[in-house]
Design a protein around this ligand. Sequence first.
Ligand code: ADP
Length: 428
Amino acid sequence: PVLTGGPSTRQVKLDKECELRVEVSPEAPLRLRILSGTAEIFGTEIPPEIWLTFPPSLKFAVFTWYGATIELDGTTETDYTADETPMISYVNVHAVLEGRRNRAKASPDDSVSSQGPRVIVVGPTDSGKSTLSRMLLSWAAKQGWKPTYVDLDVGQGSITIPGCIAATPIEMPIDSVEGIPLEMPLVYYYGQVSPSLNADLYKVLVKELAQTLERQFAGNAESRAAGMVINTMGWIEGVGYELLLHAIETFNVTVVLVLGQEKLCSMLKDVLKSKPGVDVVKLQKSGGVVSRSGKVRNIARKSRIREYFYGPSNDLSPHSNVVNFNDLSLYRIGGGPQAPRSALPIGAEPAADPTRLVPVNINTDLLHLVLAVSFAKEPDQIISSNVAGFIYITDIDMQRKKITYLAPSAGELPSKFLIVGTLAYIEN
Ligand code: ADP
């Protein structure tokens, strides 16, 4: 308990293989530093003595392999020490992956054996998938590898904003406060936060992403040997399960890590047993994983979008630009109004082509939407093209036919082709 008027700093001594689980207060940031020993946050070592500042509501754990004393400054929603964690089993997986990376590196000229491990992390929502992915990537980066992180979770988005699937090389252990650097991710815009709305489009984009990575790996022995870690969404039933199998197949996954679900694990073992070279490994879920309600997820999505434009610590200022309607060309993928049955030949069923490109007229419905800027040169390339970034529509002037938008940087957009989804953002 903190005495009124008293110091808000306190020390916590952690024994070896223990972790301090923290939920930062929703009102104020928390400062933390290491006084002695060594400790890490989700696979990234905490630098000695420097104060780190964690934003409000962040949930994280400080784990130590050999013991450490840490100091906290500020209030937390909760914090407690746990001596039971699955960290040993996680680091054992890392050791196996390291062995495979080294073997891959030793035979750079053989197109098959030069491929390092391709790991996919699956499990229900809030089983710690993103956290485990992060640890495996940071541990690998610490050893000097540059593994590729692939995020297939359109619901949250740990590489870029939600509604996307994306990949990026991880060259350094992931920063405990800032997260993944947004330098040059390879991003495909799906446009919704649930893959169920257009599962076919989702599959098409997963395939595009996989093919692009395959081409990059073909010319880069270093990243091929480092392999990839693929994070997935928590939807593991029905179509969600099918999408997992589709991802395993499309990325030629060699290691499937199943977090906290017996049933999913045995189902995957069963269907994958005919595939030599694919290991399915069950891992325990950490007791520290915090469940998030739909509302909390929604807030997290909004703050990811905010971060894209304003920076993780509100340190960037997006540019406001005005363009004529004519300078932009907007499309929606799939959906759109279908042809009425009466307009079709007798007996024909109205077919909704999930990857049909539908031109979108500019009107005030677009206000507050987040649009993706495609790298496409022609409309028919939009689906197969990755996106350069995002803009946020702040004003639509129907009279003067002008759109005002925010973009992270000034200057002309790299293309006039914009993809419209359902992602919106209201400034407050
Ligand atoms: P998933 O990707 O399966 O939905 P996450 O990895 O995002 O789950 O974890 C859910 C939340 O729990 C995140 O906010 C994460 O920071 C937190 N978390 C995970 N592991 C721990 C832990 N050991 N201690 C405290 N918080 C944790």
